[in-house]
Structures are given as structure tokens and as C-alpha cells.
Design a protein around this ligand. Structure first.
Ligand code: NAD
Length: 499
């Protein structure tokens, strides 16, 4: 680990955050706050307001008023696109500041925060195009006296609940698509990472978004999140987070049968066939594990490798894992950052212990990094893993790779699909037929061939099985936030029913 010699200055006092309702920052007032420590430095960097149920009610009322007013919801696609494009420019203008805060609150390396902010701007650009091209359908084949139209209209008020691992890009994979559809939003960021969401509200307002369209209530899940999921005047809930909380959100949202979008966890297989370019595959596997310190819903945390090359491949992966650069999260060369919280750090170490007790072999890593500040885990490769072990089944959400082997194509697919999750999978082979057959058979919303964690606004994302419902991004991502209405238009004089 290198030291913190290159770090920009840390805040001398924690940043006092407000919350954002009806186009304005609201002060903390008498409310409690949560102090956020930077996971890489253990220094207090921000104070997040713990909003109340009443604050949620006010935010929903502001959103509803805005939606009904038609300012935004009935604007043309071109008008909405103009705001989204300005918001993209606003993100780029504030890149340094946004990336700094993303790293402070999440503990990720600054290069990954910068990539996240740049990628986010691209989503606003892309959604602006969809705002202008969104359209319905027409039926000119219903006979001489009938014409049919299928039209899309915005769903209405959306409750948006966001996790801590990619606070800014997860917002960007949702907000511009909701806005492109004409919806309005009440958003709750993670209590650990609220700063950049609040900055996004200001950027949108500066870009010309009317008051009440994007509201942010900060605070704890069981209070603020629960109030959003239960709220009867919210038309749709978009929840991204863990399976357990997702299940709770599903139950809580039943009161008014709001539409539900769920983006949940993963235990994503990296399937490596013997004929793969093993050096490339090892590099991809290491990236897929270490990016964001393994705290990605799409982290490739299960290595499923053909037995004939397993030993050689494990050695290639271990060699690379040992060379991943860890250290000062503000050093542009750092590749692996801190773990988000002391509790999560302990959970990851607990999983490594459970793997050892169950009989897995630690090839490299397997422990915490000794540092004066922050919480870091060495990237870890476990071999001799059995399907029944917790390290093979649970989402650890840390840099811990559990390796299993297979002998036949069928066995590879069976192991890959042996999970409650179905979020992502990677397939490594030079055999085109095998790649396409495996891609078809694997149960995952996102499947990569000879790469991993590739993405962008054009292709949709989402999960199979307990990884969730619905899709974000792409044209599908805007359509998710629309209601489909079918219209029959009668032509000419009516043939009377009562003569
Ligand atoms: P989490 O489920 O603990 O929290 C997610 C959000 O829900 C937070 O804002 C939290 O405050 C809120 N929340 C907590 N209790 C709530 C309740 N009772 N009602 C409503 N909201 C509540 O998840 P996390 O630890 O923040 O994030 C990690 C998880 O998110 C992992 O499981 C990861 O796989 C998943 N994730 C999924 C995707 C995806 O696109 N599929 C993306 C990123 C993260």
C-alpha cells in the first residue's frame, strides 16, 4: 500500500448537506444527521440529513403538483432533450468536484470515480435522443371504420431508491430515462453516499428543469425508503439494492399496486473454457473481481473453469491479483480502493473465514491490509470450492473469487446457473459456436463474451431470477417508465345498438 502523499486535501469539517424539494435546497432544521466517514481515510466528510416521513410526503406532493401542472410531463421531447443535454454538460463541467466526493464517500479509486462521472454524462446525452424519438404505434388494418393507435405516456411520480456502490452512475442509468419519458421523481440515495445525488439535483435545476420534477429526500432506509415504497401517491417504485430489502420493498409497495422495477444482487459466473485466450481471460477475471473492490452487482465473483486448465489458470489469476495496485484512493494509478464501511469489511472477512472452514484453499489474499486508516481487503482467490459452500452461493460484495471446475459444457452451464441470482455472466472461449450456445443457455440479464463489465447507455440492463424485474437504459429503459394506452377511433356514422 502506498501512503496518502498525493491526496488532495480532505475536508477540514464535514460538508453540511441539505435535502432537495420543489427546486430548492432545504436546511437540516431540527432533524438529526448522520456523519459519513471516508472509508479510505476514516475522516468525517459529510453530514446527511435524516429526513422524516413528513418530508417524504412533502416531496411527493411537490412531485405530484409538478406532474399535474404539465411543466415537464407535457413538454415536447425536444424541450426535455434540451434540458438533458445541458445536464450532461453540467456534469462534465463539475467532473472534478463530483469525482472527488464520489471517492470520499465510497472509498473507490479516483480513476474509477472519474470514469463513473464521465459515463454518467453519456447517459443524459443518450436519453435526450430517446426523448425525441419515443413513439407509439398505429393500426391501419382494423377495417374502414376504425383506426387504432397505441400511445405511450409518462407513468407519473416515481420513487427512486439507490444503493451506495455506484451512487452517481446508478442515478444516471435511471434519472434521464425517467425524465425522457416525462416522469417526475422522489429519490432517496443511500445514507452513506448522498452528496453527489444532491449535486445532481442542482445541476438539473441549473439546466432548466422545472421545480418539483426531481426531489431528493435523504436518510435511512427503514424510515425514508419505507415511506417511499408504501406511499399511495407514488405510481412506480424503482429500487436498486440487496435482495432482502428488495423483497421488503415489493411487499411494502403492494398497498396501491405501484409498478415495480427491481435491480438486485448477483453472484456472477466467469466461465472459462480451456480453449480461451487464458492470459486475456485471467486479466478480465481480475478486473471483473477488483473493479470497485468487488462491490459491484455485476462483479464476477464465481470462477467456473475447465478442469484441464484449472491449475494453470489459477496461477495466472493469482499472479495478477498480487499485482493489482492498492493504496491512496486519490492516486490516479490506484486500482483497488477501500471497503465501504467497517461492518461490510467484517462481513467480507467473515466470508473468507467461512470458506476456509468449509475446506476452500486460499491461493492468495485472504486477509485485510494492515493500514493506519481505512478498511482494505487483499484480493483473494479461493480454490477447491464446492457448490454448497456459502462463498459459492452468497453475494459477498468484496474482492473474493470462488473457483469451481467443470469437465463438460453441460456441467459448465449447470454450475453457472446454480444460483438464485441471474444478473450477469461472462464466457471466455475462442470457439464461436461454444460462445453462442453458452450465451443462450446462461441465465443472466447481462452476458459478456471474452470481456466483462462492459456497458453503456445503448444496451439494457437488468436481471433474471432473484436479481430483479424490469430493465434500465437503452430504449427499453425509457419505455419502462411509460404507460401504454391503446386507442380505438371510430370513423363515420355509428351503427346504432339500440335501434
Ligand atoms: P441495501 O439493500 O442495503 O440498500 C439499498 C437502498 O435501500 C439504500 O438507499 C437503503 O437506505 C434503502 N433501504 C434500506 N432499507 C429499506 C427499506 N426497508 N425500505 C426501503 N428502502 C430501504 O443495498 P446496499 O448495501 O446499499 O447496496 C448493495 C446491494 O445493491 C447489493 O446487493 C448489490 O448487488 C445491489 N446492487 C444492484 C444493482 C443492480 O443494478 N442490479 C446495482 C448496484 C447494487
Amino acid at each position: 500500500m502506498n501512503n496518502h502523499a498525493n491526496s488532495p486535501q480532505l475536508p477540514s469539517e464535514p460538508r453540511q448537506l441539505g435535502f432537495y424539494v420543489d427546486g430548492q435546497v432545504r436546511d437540516r432544521g431540527e432533524r438529526e444527521v448522520l456523519t459519513r466517514l471516508s472509508p479510505a481515510h476514516d475522516v468525517a466528510v459529510s453530514e446527511t440529513v435524516l429526513c422524516t416521513k413528513t418530508d417524504v410526503d412533502e416531496a411527493v406532493a411537490a412531485a405530484r403538483k409538478s406532474f399535474e401542472s404539465g411543466a415537464w410531463s407535457r413538454w415536447s421531447g425536444a424541450e426535455r432533450a434540451a434540458v438533458l443535454l445541458k445536464a450532461a454538460a453540467g456534469i462534465r463541467e463539475n467532473l472534478d468536484e463530483l469525482a472527488y466526493w464520489e471517492t470520499l464517500e465510497t472509498g473507490k479509486p479516483i480513476s474509477q470515480s472519474r470514469g463513473e462521472i464521465e459515463g454518467a454524462a453519456g447517459h443524459y446525452d443518450y436519453a435526450a435522443g430517446v426523448a425525441r424519438s419515443l413513439h407509439g404505434d398505429s393500426f391501419n388494418n382494423l377495417g374502414d371504420d376504425m383506426f387504432g393507435v397505441v400511445t405511450r405516456q409518462p407513468i407519473g411520480v416515481i420513487g427512486l431508491i439507490i444503493p451506495w456502490n455506484f451512487p452517481f452512475i446508478i442515478l444516471a442509468e435511471r434519472i434521464p430515462y425517467m425524465l425522457a419519458a416525462g416522469c417526475v421523481i422522489v429519490c432517496k440515495p443511500s445514507e452513506l453516499t448522498s452528496t453527489t445525488t444532491l449535486r445532481m439535483a442542482e445541476i438539473l435545476t441549473a439546466a432548466g428543469m422545472p421545480a418539483g420534477v426531481f426531489n431528493v429526500v435523504t436518510g435511512m432506509g427503514p424510515e425514508v425508503g419505507q415511506a417511499i415504497t408504501e406511499h399511495d401517491d407514488i405510481d412506480m417504485l424503482s429500487f436498486t439494492g440487496s435482495v432482502d430489502v428488495g423483497r421488503r420493498a415489493l411487499m411494502a409497495s403492494a398497498g396501491n399496486f405501484k409498478k415495480l422495477g427491481l435491480e438486485l444482487g448477483g453472484k456472477n459466473p466467469q466461465v472459462v473454457f480451456a480453449d480461451a485466450d487464458l492470459a486475456d481471460a485471467a486479466d478480465g477475471v481480475v478486473f471483473g473481481l477488483c473493479f470497485n473492490a468487488g462491490q459491484c452487482c455485476v462483479s464476477g465473483s464465481r470462477l467456473v473453469v475447465e478442469k484441464s486448465v484449472a491449475k494453470e489458470f489459477a496461477a495466472l489469476v493469482a499472479d495478477k491479483l498480487k499485482r493489482v495496485r492498492m493504496g491512496d484512493v486519490f492516486d490516479p494509478e490506484t486500482q483497488l480502493g477501500a471497503i465501504v464501511s467497517p461492518q461490510h469489511f467484517e462481513k467480507i472477512l467473515g466470508y473468507i473465514e467461512s470458506g476456509k472452514q468449509d475446506g476452500a484453499n486460499v491461493v492468495c489474499g485472504g486477509c485485510a491490509v494492515e493500514t493506519e486508516r481505512g478498511h482494505f481487503v487483499l484480493p483473494t482467490l479461493l480454490t477447491d470450492v464446492e457448490r454448497s459452500m456459502a462463498v459459492a452461493r452468497d453475494e459477498i460484495f468484496g474482492p473474493v473469487l470462488a473457483m469451481q471446475t467443470f469437465e463438460t459444457f453441460e456441467e459448465a452451464i449447470e454450475i453457472a446457473n446454480d444460483s438464485i441470482f441471474g444478473l450477469a455472466a461472462s464466457i471466455w472461449t475462442k470457439d464461436l459456436d461454444k460462445a453462442i450456445h453458452a450465451m443462450r443457455r446462461v441465465e443472466a440479464g447481462r452476458t459478456w463474451v471474452n470481456t466483462t463489465i462492459a456497458g453503456g447507455p445503448e444496451l439494457p440492463i437488468g436481471g433474471f431470477k432473484q436479481s430483479g424485474n424490469g430493465r434500465e437504459t437503452g430504449v427499453y429503459g425509457v419505455e419502462e417508465y411509460t404507460e401504454v394506452k391503446s386507442v380505438h377511433i371510430a370513423l363515420g356514422k355509428r351503427d346504432h345498438w339500440v335501434k
